[in-house]
Design a protein around this ligand. Structure first.
Ligand code: NAP
Length: 290
């Protein structure tokens, strides 16, 4: 069994991105700029945006950090997004989700210009992806495809089972896997799936994104299958200084005993999500430069 090292792949790609940033600066004088907006102080969100800002600066990009109080109104947030749409120093806009309950995520995401939607969350980008037009691919699904390729697996003609149908992971990753250039046959499972193991036991690759630890166990896998564990779940652990540890949606021990390759949590999909965000921000700056 091989562990698919997301940190290593992310480091390789980030070095390429940093080189691209410095080339763009030399050729056009432009520095890719990412605005990261955080509303409130959700601890998981704080740690995600801190990691994104750090990665951005390390790649030589401009990171504009905007931290707003939890009481910020929807109108204020939409107004801020619109002003960033018009700001030539900013090429990518990221609004960290979830937002406080009184703000409609849809209204805020819809306000982001598709040309600066480096998360790939706007309906325009989602639609462009579905019909194969130039777009920004959503970061986690794009990172998942890169991880599977990095594992050495040939997706063409394979059976891929995706567990979870969210708009940010399950649905887009299923769409990317089924594209002609990837050419997998895709089964998309969810809570309405009658016998999940029936599908996963036939899979060459399983992508599990449910937010439920233990969704996938070793007895549900075909020997040698590749497992991509997207889940990030905090489980109480008194032996850790923070009082919790992170686990994925797959039971690592039992899956690792049967799988050909598996991503760890942490250190698998997570570092790739941030890397693909940098990738999209560089691409947005390149497009703005022509
Ligand atoms: P979500 O919006 O809560 O969607 C979960 C999906 O899983 C739903 O479609 C749900 O089905 C399905 N599901 C739940 N339990 C299931 C079960 N027992 N069997 C089959 N399907 C089941 O979650 P998400 O936003 O996609 O995130 C999923 C996980 O990935 C979370 O742990 C999240 O933290 C993590 N995540 C990680 C990254 C990263 O960068 N590493 C990025 C994004 C998300 P129904 O539709 O039928 O309810």
């Amino acid at each position: 069994m091989k562990t698919i090292d997301g940190k290593l792949l992310a480091a390789n790609l980030r070095a390429e991105i940093a080189a691209g940033v410095s080339r763009l600066k030399d050729e056009t004088g432009k520095v890719p700029g990412l605005a990261v907006i955080l509303v409130g102080e959700n601890p998981a969100s704080v740690s995600y945006v801190t990691a994104k800002e750090k990665a951005c600066r390390e790649a030589g990009m401009l990171s504009r950090e905007i931290r707003l109080a939890a009481e910020t109104t929807e109108a204020e947030l939409v107004g801020l997004v619109k002003s960033l749409n018009d700001d030539p120093a900013i090429h990518g806009i990221l609004v960290q989700l979830p937002l406080p309950k009184h703000i409609s995520e849809k209204s805020v995401i819809d306000a982001i210009s598709p040309e600066k939607d480096v998360d790939g969350f706007t309906p325009v980008n989602a639609g462009r992806m579905m019909i194969g037009e130039r777009c920004f691919l959503p970061c986690t699904p794009h990172g998942i495809i890169k991880l599977i390729e990095f594992s050495g697996m040939d997706l063409c003609g394979s059976h891929a089972v995706v567990i979870g149908r969210s708009n940010i992971v399950g649905k887009p990753v299923a769409a990317l896997l089924a594209r002609r250039e990837t050419n997998a046959t895709v089964t998309l499972c969810h809570t309405g799936t009658r016998d999940l193991a029936h599908f996963t036991r036939d899979a060459d690759v399983v992508i599990v994104a449910t937010g439920r630890p233990g969704t996938l166990t070793g007895d549900m896998l075909k020997p040698g299958a590749v497992v991509i564990d997207v889940g990030v779940n905090r489980v109480p652990d008194a032996s850790r200084s923070k009082g919790f540890r992170l686990v994925g949606d797959a039971d690592f021990e039992s899956c690792a005993a049967v799988a050909g390759a598996i991503t760890p949590v942490p250190g698998g999909v997570g570092p790739m999500t941030i890397t693909m965000l940098l990738w999209n921000t560089l691409e947005a700056a390149r497009r703005a430069a022509v």
